[in-house]
Write a protein that binds this ligand. Structure first.
Ligand code: ZN
Length: 300
């Protein structure tokens, strides 16, 4: 059965002015239940992650200052959310959703997280709404527990996975791949194992051609035994923070391609949702819901 991490804490700690489009964390499960893509049994509620698992990835001093609400004003400004006890708990629950998901992925082929994809979190700092890097924490956990030997992080959010790239820049066991808008945030990019950049307004055909040319090549070369997929839908046209122009259908083809290739090659995959900030809320919900619908169709 498809297992999806979700906790009502994913939304409520956020202040009113940050709830849009964070309201998606609530609307997506509602949509999936209403249309019978999922039942309540598909969802699991993550608790707080074990500190020792976080410390395989993040600096202890940073983690202590973050959890005791002692980040500097500058650090908090970089993160973009006001720091609170509830926000810390939320971040730790999201990360645990990915850790627990990993075990479901190994068992069932796939697991998903209604939030996560916090790829702008670095070793000792956070930025752009990311404080703890859930999939990086997951990758180090897999290696530490000897559950996987070679891990690929496929990051198709429109923004470069700069935190992830930096965290694994000297780790040969983790391959970081990022497809992103050339002119999108972050303006000073890190170096992933492979970065594919797109010009403003790139449309479905060009994007999907590049995807189909790249993915089999890197899979054959690196031969991962576990994949993290960051399925951000901020690649859509009309996204307020993205500069590409994929259609909802194109975004669905992207997800289908990735999930099918994982399934066909029997490589377990964990999916975190990442960004999606279209001015049309219905489009965000539809595009994210497609990822979950496809997971059900392809794997179960
Ligand atoms: Zn993004």
């Amino acid at each position: 059965m498809l297992k999806i991490a979700f906790n009502e804490n994913y939304i409520y700690p956020l202040e009113e002015n940050h709830r849009f489009p964070m309201i998606k964390y609530e609307l997506i499960p509602e949509q999936l239940l209403r249309e019978n893509t999922c039942t309540n049994d598909n969802f699991f509620k993550p608790n707080k992650i074990d500190k020792n698992i976080v410390l395989l990835t993040h600096e202890i001093e940073y983690f202590k200052r973050f959890t005791s609400l002692n980040l500097s004003k500058k650090e908090i400004r970089e993160i973009g959310f006001p720091l609170s006890k509830e926000l810390v708990e939320r971040e730790m629950e999201i990360a645990q959703g990915t850790i627990k998901g990993i075990h479901y992925s190994i068992k069932n082929g796939i697991s998903m997280n209604i939030a996560g994809g916090t790829h702008h979190a670095f070793y000792n700092r956070g930025e752009a709404f990311c404080m703890l890097n859930d999939q990086a924490i997951g990758a180090n956990y897999l290696l530490n527990e000897q559950l996987a030997k070679k891990i690929m992080i496929i990051d198709l959010d429109v923004h470069q996975g700069n935190g992830t790239a930096s965290l694994f820049s000297s780790n040969p066991n983790v391959f970081t791949l990022s497809f992103h808008g050339k002119k999108n945030y972050p303006f000073r990019k890190e170096i992933s194992d492979l970065d594919i950049e797109f010009n403003d307004n790139t449309k479905d055909d060009e994007y999907l051609d590049k995807l189909k040319e790249t993915i089999p090549r890197v899979l054959n070369k690196f031969e991962p035994d576990f994949i993290f997929y960051l399925s951000g839908v901020d690649v859509l046209e009309n996204d307020k923070l993205g500069r590409l122009s994929l259609s909802i259908e194109g975004c669905k083809k992207r997800d289908k391609y990735i999930l099918e290739i994982c399934h066909k090659n029997s490589i377990p995959v964990q999916v975190s949702m990442g960004g999606g900030y279209s001015s049309i809320l219905k489009n965000i919900i539809e595009a994210h819901s497609n990822t979950f619908r496809l997971a059900q169709e392809i794997f179960f």
